[in-house]
Design a protein around this ligand. Structure first.
Ligand SMILES: [Zn+2]
Ligand SMILES: [Zn+2]
Length: 180
């Protein structure tokens, strides 16, 4: 996700379009496997920094929080960052301790690296409880097979996903009352 800003950084007020399509590795965490990541953004030299504004999109493989099956989804994350050039390669000991401006990414040389902000943005875009589809019935509480599927041979009331979900909810509620 490296972008050459050699020209841009010399001209305050200048802008530069960025379009990237890259494989940037496995993804924010194990529950989410990233496919190709697309970035469409614009860089601008603000005089003090290089600002980035745009969007990152990625195809991901997620695991459904109800039926536990994996499914493909698209993530989209807004990108908004600022990069400031430092004379030495940025690192922990780069003499910027006490620097208050936390949302500036330091860079050195002709290139900035969008990988970190893109990964961060996509990580935030992963749903807390991914669903393969909104109406996913989850697993049958009796047999453990996907509720309402042909393989679930339980009594009709067990097979009804809405009733099963409701029953799970009320059961959970009961347990939590017992516990506290
Ligand atoms: Zn599901
Ligand atoms: Zn069943």
């Amino acid at each position: 996700m490296r972008v050459n800003v050699a020209e841009l950084r010399r001209q305050p007020g200048a802008r530069q379009k960025v379009t990237l399509l890259e494989d940037i590795g496995p993804g924010p965490d194990e529950s989410c496997r990233l496919g190709l990541v697309e970035v469409e953004a614009e860089l601008a030299n603000t005089g003090l920094a290089i600002s980035l504004a745009g969007v990152a999109r990625a195809r991901v493989r997620l695991r459904c929080s109800r039926c536990l099956k994996e499914f493909d989804a698209m993530l989209e994350a807004p990108l908004e960052e600022r990069f400031r050039e430092v004379p030495d390669p940025p690192g922990r000991e780069s003499g910027f301790e006490g620097e208050e401006d936390e949302d500036v990414i330091l860079y050195h040389g002709r290139e900035i690296d969008l990988r970190e902000p893109v990964l961060e943005g996509l990580a935030l875009a992963v749903p807390m409880q991914p669903l393969c589809r909104l109406s996913c019935p989850g697993l049958c509480p009796t047999c453990g097979i996907e509720g309402g599927s042909a393989d679930c041979g339980c009594a009709p009331e067990h097979g009804d996903p809405r009733l099963a979900a409701l029953r799970r909810l009320t059961q959970d509620d009961g347990h939590s009352k017992e516990r506290y």
